[in-house]
Design a protein around this ligand. Sequence first.
Ligand SMILES: [Zn+2]
Ligand SMILES: [Zn+2]
Length: 362
Amino acid sequence: MAEKDYYKILGVDKGVDKDVLKKAYKKLALKYHPDRVPEDKKEEYEEKFKEISEAYTILGDDKKREQYDNFGDSAFGQGGPGFGGFRSSGGFSGFGGENMSDMFRDLFESHFGGGSFRGEQNTRSGEDLQYELIIDFEEAVFGCEKEVEIRKNILCEECEGTGAKDKKLEKCDNCKGKGRVAVNRRTPFGIFRQVTICDKCHGEGEAPIQKCKHCNGKGIVNDKVKIKIKIPQGIDNNQIIRVEGKGNAVKNGENGNLFIVIKVKPHKTFKRDGDDIYVDFQITFSQAALGCKVSVPTLDGTKKIKIAPGTESGTVIRLKEEGVENVNHYRAGDLFINLKLKTPKKITKKQEKLFKELSKLE
Ligand SMILES: [Zn+2]
Ligand SMILES: [Zn+2]
């Protein structure tokens, strides 16, 4: 799958500021707006309008734009590449999202205490986690499978996350199963009746008859967990793999996601720039002067190449599509061989004689 260039779609440069971006979007959105579609171009316009909207959804949002700038739309979601990999469920997602939504819940509880919040709890989700994984150059180039061990919140196995011994729950007596309790609060403006989440059952309306000893009734424990990760071929330094549902678990809610930040170790021979690979290769004076055939290192072995007579130091030979094959791109990168003349440090008597003769000729 090719990467989508959202900047190109909106016809702006990468560093462009918000206002320019907005203007560019408005102009295009007006042009391709469904209300203005010529009959014969319906599909084309629709497609274009969708593309523009998608681009602006990402770039118009500071946070999403930053993610996109850093990782492109090739966030390498484990279900397949694509920007869909990132959670985009609005304001309460992303790192530390749970705290935000808790805050919101508290706010909501105190201002709109009468409302029902039971349904809302199903949308609770655990925090996303980040893990930095260092891999070898070759592992990045060819892809691999890795196992990482991380410490995270998981459902207690003993009580299957119920927090109750023998998984037995009863209606919470503190809130009568409502999950909320009303308290009177004294303020300078008088006494207010405020509804808050029940302390005893944490808003669940049910409480363990006896607490599970393993998790102390929380239903959640913090433990080390091994997770297998597929590293796609062609991944590059600082790219991120999203592993769905492997973040922190939360009671009665969805797991967060795990984001694996890839760090690639440098290679002794090869240097990488995107999908292109660069390598320095030394040749002797006589090889450069006379021309020759040499074996140069490639990503999967060696390749014989011809050096033309009279080649200068610093000449670069390009081997097409001998670079990185990236699962996200249509064509492989290239391999660039940078030829360098090797000046001999030590020479034999015979070589010295020959060089002297040569210098006389020169
Ligand atoms: Zn309760
Ligand atoms: Zn337990």
